[in-house]
Design a protein around this ligand. Structure first.
Ligand SMILES: O=c1[nH]cc([C@@H]2O[C@H](COP(=O)(O)OP(=O)(O)OP(=O)(O)O)[C@@H](O)[C@H]2O)c(=O)[nH]1
Length: 569
């Protein structure tokens, strides 16, 4: 009963026993049904006596030589086991290997020549390590056994189950030795969750996510855990979630650095390339490049094969610097000002300064042109990615004029006029932003219905419009500041005018939508500012400020959109 939860972890997996040993098949098939491979198990048994290693005898003379060496003495039997977890990522087979060995001591009686030859003539020694089978006639030669009997027979089942328990149950802390070693993959958590979704404990810490949503999932500390022998460990679980949070910046820095070095540009449309080719293109050392590429592959950003490295689809789409959906500008912004701000976070906390280096939070006129451009590139990439979702979350065709407050480069404004032929959109932003917005316009955009107006949201009067829009701006504003701004907007809205908020959805909403497991509260990795507000919170706020018919919709998984109509006073 106690074994079932552990061995049951293999139950729905295709397991290959990489061994011709009928004994191993028997030992394991008592525990599970072996079919074809999510997991490959290999084992090898040897006997060691007086510095000699004995494998299987090649003939009767060899068996005699072995058995006479063992006669009257103690020897060790070692079985080494490798558990190989296989998974397919982007069409490539990826493996993780866990290895261990078990030693058992066996003492033989003094064996007479006659007994020896009789035993050899039985034929039993020939396919057995050390020339004897302890589970059959060979058992008669043995005075005592110290350790696991099944280890001598060829498979240390007890230790194997403990290993499975460790792999599938124990919460693993990053930075501590991982139970599973990567085959030629650096020590970055990459493997997809091995959980089969059954109850019975958590699996090894999941991947830090590759690009697939989810990322590192901190786990709640467990308080009790029954081991294979039913012994309850009353020690508190390790704070794996905390340790993952401490470690998480390394993965971010790898992604940002690979972007900065244009790795994804080099590999776009040209992969697979060797590390040497990439190193030449980015003007970097071969060793350093190989290491970076390996970690990118481990993070799921690149694919690695015998022919070299190539971009995943996501990397080509979002991490190369060109392309409609590129987030290269956002990566550069995080690698530059945001990284810098967080490096000096302690000082910002002591001095009460803003954590994020956004122009609006810092106040106008404080940024250099290059810094403002860097911010705008980041905002532009994200806006282009979400614009279609935001523009179509609701039917906005009844409105004829809109004002995107903090509209930056006008990416959403252009999408809106493309979607709604009657709509005129004003982009309202700080003068230094508006001055540079022209750099982001392309000929392909129908810009005659998009107008740029400079101003400060917090002090200047707002351009007239029958729909006001905020997008990815307010989620980490403090309540008092948000209420102040929205009540000012409410005051300047005519009855029937709309207010549309497209803001970051709380992480758990996204998890619920994707069916992912819930994180313990207080350990959320999305955003480090204020926790994003739920649509319900925005709805109540808008209703309090005089908006009616408030509706909410999701936009592309990342944002939720709330639309309200100003009620008559
Ligand atoms: O008391 C016993 N000692 C050993 C055995 C059997 O001996 C062999 C050990 O050989 P090996 O580890 O090389 O395994 P193979 O049978 O060759 O299979 P592979 O395909 O894995 O190489 C093993 O079969 C033990 O079960 C025994 O039965 N009793």
């Amino acid at each position: 009963m106690l074994l079932r939860p552990v061995i049951g972890k293999l139950q729905h997996k295709r397991v290959v026993l990489a061994s011709s040993s009928p004994r191993r098949r028997e030992i394991l098939s008592n525990a599970k049904d072996l079919r074809a491979p999510d997991v490959v198990i290999g084992a090898d048994t040897i006997v060691a006596v007086g510095g000699l290693i004995l494998e299987k005898p090649v003939d009767k003379q060899d068996a005699y030589r072995m058995l006479s060496r063992l006669s009257g003495k103690e020897h060790s039997v070692f079985t080494g086991v490798a558990i190989v977890h296989c998974c397919t990522r982007d069409g490539q087979l990826d493996t993780e290997v866990s290895e261990f060995y078990e030693e058992t001591t066996v003492k033989f009686s003094e064996l007479s020549e006659e007994l020896l030859w009789e035993y050899i003539d039985s034929g039993e020694p020939m396919d057995k390590a050390g020339g004897y089978g302890i589970q059959a006639l060979g058992g008669m030669l043995v005075e005592y056994v110290r350790g696991d009997f099944l280890n001598v027979v060829g498979f240390p089942l007890n230790r194997f189950c403990k290993e499975l328990a460790r792999l599938y149950h124990a919460p693993r802390a990053p930075g501590t030795p991982r139970p599973v070693q990567h085959d030629s993959i650096p020590a970055v958590d990459t493997f997809e969750d091995l959980s089969d979704g059954e109850g019975g404990g958590s699996d090894p810490a999941p991947a830090s996510g590759g690009l697939q949503a989810g990322g590192a999932r901190p786990q709640a500390p467990r308080t009790q855990e029954a081991d294979l022998n039913g012994v309850t460990d009353s020690q508190p679980g390790l704070p794996a979630g905390l340790l993952e949070l401490m470690d998480g910046f390394k993965a971010s820095k790898v992604l940002l650095t690979a972007c900065k070095l244009q790795v994804f540009d080099v590999l776009k449309d040209r992969g697979p390339l060797s590390a040497m080719d990439v190193a030449r293109e980015i003007d970097a050392s071969v060793g350093g490049t190989a290491r970076l590429l390996d970690v990118c592959a481990a993070l799921g950003l690149l694919d690695k094969s015998d022919r070299g490295y190539s971009n995943t689809e996501t990397a080509s789409l979002h991490l190369a610097s060109d392309g409609e959906q590129s987030l290269h500008g956002l990566a550069a912004y995080h690698d530059g000002p945001v990284w810098g701000a967080f490096t000096h976070l302690g000082r910002a906390v002591r001095e009460g300064a803003a954590w994020t280096p956004e122009p609006l939070l810092q106040g106008p006129h404080k940024w250099s042109t290059e810094a403002t451009l860097q911010f705008m590139r980041a905002s532009h990439g994200l806006s282009k990615l979400t614009a279609q979702h935001v523009a179509t979350a609701f039917d906005l065709s009844p409105f004829t004029s809109a004002c995107h407050l903090g509209g930056c480069t006008g990416a959403l404004a252009h999408k809106l006029v493309q979607e709604y032929p009657r709509l005129q959109v004003t982009v309202f932003d700080l003068p230094e932003v508006i001055k540079l917005a022209g750099d982001f316009q392309t000929d392909a955009q129908p810009s005659e219905r998009v107008h740029f107006v400079p101003g400060d949201l917090s002090s200047d009067s707002l351009p007239p419009a029958d729909l006001y829009i905020f997008c990815s701006l307010l989620h980490d504003w403090p309540d008092d500041r948000l209420h102040g701004l929205l009540s000012r907007i409410s005051g300047s809205c005519k009855p029937g005018a709309g207010l549309l908020l497209a803001e970051l959805a709380p992480a758990e909403e996204e998890e619920e939508a994707s069916g992912a497991a819930r994180r313990p509260p207080g350990l959320r990795t999305r955003g480090v500012g204020r926790r994003p507000r739920s649509p319900g919170q925005y709805r109540r706020l808008l209703q309090r400020l005089g908006f009616q018919d408030v509706q909410a919709a999701r936009a592309g998984g990342l944002l939720h959109v709330v639309l309200g109509t100003r009620a008559p006073p």
